[in-house]
Design a protein around this ligand. Structure first.
Ligand code: 5GP
Length: 250
């Protein structure tokens, strides 16, 4: 595939991605960087090749979610590090799904990592780095009008469907989907008369926890957070098991 790089002005640079205006109205080019941050950017580093892997894993996950009827912002992968997506109004919530206790949930509640939850848990936090993405109750979301009742109920439905599908997909390649973070956006009609909620952002080992089903080995960003080493090898292993080609065009 030739390297397509048609894009407009830079709109935003985040911790792991850069967003550019797309050449068609209503589109954005999402560029995946090798930069890695953890603990609200207190720890910073580079994982060489991570951006390429995350671009391709995100493409794979979004295409498969579309196949089961989840609307997503994904349009097309443009090259190794970039994908074309629909421009949406991001709902400022991090939607976190947990199947197994880990990370901040273990810390906050004094629980052992690895405890299987009786049923999947959906948590919300405010997407605000300066505040450290604080946990929110549904009542906060409604009272502050971050999303309305109808949107919340759609977010719950879609998130459960995504979790059911992805747990099965990863289990099929010997990986436990422990937890992950999603973001949703409002995609407006051309005349701004209405909108639909769609899945936005990315899905990669940067925003989920993946444990090898047999050995428990971590195959996600916890390798970086906890100084375990072998980050890129772990991300590559996830791609390999999913059958994603990492042959680069760079
Ligand atoms: P925890 O709350 O345990 O830190 O994270 C739960 C899950 O959501 C993990 O899979 C983690 O990678 C993901 N997650 C939570 N907050 C963020 C965030 O600000 N950025 C990214 N990329 N992932 C997050």
């Amino acid at each position: 595939m030739s390297q397509k790089t048609l894009k407009g002005e830079k709109l935003y640079e985040g911790k792991a991605k850069i967003l550019f205006q797309g050449t068609e109205p209503g589109t954005i080019v999402q560029h995946f960087k090798d930069d890695a941050t953890a603990f609200n950017a207190q720890k910073k580093g580079t994982i060489t090749g991570k951006g390429i892997i995350n671009n391709k894993i995100t493409e794979f996950v979004m295409i498969n979610l579309e196949r089961i009827g989840i609307p997503t912002h994904f349009i097309d992968r443009l090259n190794d590090r970039e994908q074309l997506v629909r421009e949406v109004e991001i709902i400022p919530l991090e939607v976190i799904v947990r199947n197994i206790v880990a990370g901040t949930m273990a810390k906050r509640l004094g629980l052992e990592e690895g405890r299987r939850l009786d049923r999947p848990l959906i948590e919300f936090s405010l997407k605000d780095d300066d505040l450290g993405d604080p946990l929110l109750a549904e009542e906060h979301i409604l009272s502050l009008d971050l999303a309305d009742d109808e949107e919340l109920s759609e977010i719950f439905d879609m998130t459960h469907q995504i979790n059911d599908f992805l747990r099965g997909m990863f289990a099929g390649v010997g990986i436990e989907l422990v937890d992950f973070k999603l973001e949703y956006g409002r995609l407006y009609d051309e005349d701004d008369a209405g909108y639909v909620l769609i899945l936005a952002d990315e899905f990669s080992p940067d925003n989920c926890r993946l444990w090898d089903l047999k050995t428990g080995e971590k195959l996600d960003k916890d390798r970086f957070r906890r100084d375990l080493g072998g980050e890129v090898e772990a991300y590559e292993e996830v791609a390999r098991r999913l059958g994603i080609s990492l042959e680069t065009e760079e």
